[in-house]
Design a protein around this ligand. Structure first.
Ligand code: PEP
Ligand code: MG
Length: 359
């Protein structure tokens, strides 16, 4: 360890003595997980599974799954993705070596995985052995005017339960494998369902996840524990958090989407007027960088109070960008969250900010 790193660790340990918030990281790969651990992360608060589907050949299977005409075809494509996804999770569990890992089920609208220009669509048609017209027609059918408010999040897993089944199987088979490996690793997986606004959406997903967990335990002859929780990232989820808490083992606030849906401002397109709004003093800060305490923050508060009203010890974190912003961290400390989760380079910032907030 270099002298600088030793100094860094000393200062960080002083901060750790005071902070109440746990500090986790948003990481999708073993490399990211390892660097976050070195910076002091205590777990993964958000593993976004979608990035894994872009690598190498997987994107072909993913596209085959999306363009499938029926459930049988979709399941065949998902079966091709399963081993890839399982080995991704194995790598992450090994890197995290017993620290908790929150894995979020598929979230983005499916057209994000599809090619957009005709040359790429023709190449895909050739690869899949179907006509270019068929690919163009299916791609156009999947296009949405407002994709971020469309067919995404748990709406995917509820319309295509086989996606959730595959991802849950990949997670639990990876758990069984690392537990029984030559160098056994302790794992505490937390399966997270995105974009829940209605408790029934979560119930459907929880039932699939529990069924698959039981199947894998029986097949592999192992017993493991796991949790199933949800993101709270649309206002209805926060307002009905008491109903949702009945079915969830934990909550994680997705403040990027909660800000987007709560303020009715696109997280991708708001740049054009945010500068002017600051000038006019309508908004003091960019609400996507620092939590809007009087508005979105109150939704977080309602979510915490309603959730803990039902389950007093409910574990609650935040995994939106705000989890790495010192001013927002102070707010999350004050409303009693258990942890914040941020990108690896923000981990030391979060440790210091959490200590300052506690002091
Ligand atoms: C969020 O919405 O705050 C979140 C963490 O999820 P994503 O950014 O992937 O939508
Ligand atoms: Mg989100």
């Amino acid at each position: 360890k270099s002298y600088t790193y030793q100094l860094f660790e000393t200062v960080m340990k002083w901060a750790d003595k005071y902070r109440k918030l746990g500090i986790r990281t948003n990481a999708d790969s073993p490399a990211q997980a390892k660097s976050a651990l070195l910076l002091g992360a205590e777990g993964i608060g958000l593993c976004r599974t979608e990035h894994m589907f872009f690598e190498g050949d997987r994107i072909d299977s993913m596209r085959r799954m999306i363009l499938a005409s029926d459930t049988a075809e979709r399941k065949a494509a998902l079966a091709e993705l399963l081993p890839y996804q399982r080995s991704d999770f194995e790598g992450i569990f090994k890197a995290m070596d017993g620290h908790p890992v929150t894995i979020r089920l598929l979230d983005p609208p499916l057209h994000e995985f599809l090619p957009h220009d005709s040359a790429a669509r023709n190449a895909l048609a050739e690869k899949l052995g179907v006509s270019s017209e068929f690919v163009a027609e299916r791609c156009n059918a999947l296009k949405e005017q407002n994709p971020m408010l469309g067919h995404r999040g748990c709406r995917l897993g509820n319309s295509y339960p086989e996606i959730t089944e595959m991802q849950a199987r990949a997670i639990f088979e990876a758990v069984a494998k690392v537990m029984k490996g030559r160098k056994p690793v302790k794992v505490m997986p937390e399966v997270m369902v995105p974009l829940v606004g209605f408790v029934q959406e979560l119930k459907f997903q929880v039932a699939i996840i529990h069924r698959v967990a039981a199947e894998v335990m029986k097949e592999k002859g192992v017993k493991f524990s796991y949790m199933v929780g949800t993101m709270i990232e649309i206002p209805r989820g926060a307002i009905t958090a008491d109903e949702i808490a009945e079915v969830a083992d934990f909550f994680s606030f997705g403040t990027n989407d909660l800000t987007q849906t709560g303020l009715g401002m696109s997280r991708d397109d708001s740049g054009s007027f945010l500068g002017k709004y600051k000038e006019l003093d309508i908004l003091a800060k960019n609400p996507f960088a620092s939590i809007d305490q009087a508005g979105i923050g109150q939704l977080v508060k309602i979510g915490v109070e309603k959730g803990r009203g039902v389950k007093p010890k409910l574990k609650i974190g935040v995994c939106g960008e705000h989890g790495g912003d010192p001013e927002s961290i102070r707010f999350f400390n004050d409303v009693g969250l258990n942890y914040v989760s941020c990108s690896p380079p923000r981990v030391p910032v979060a440790r210091l900010a959490a200590a300052q907030a506690a002091i």
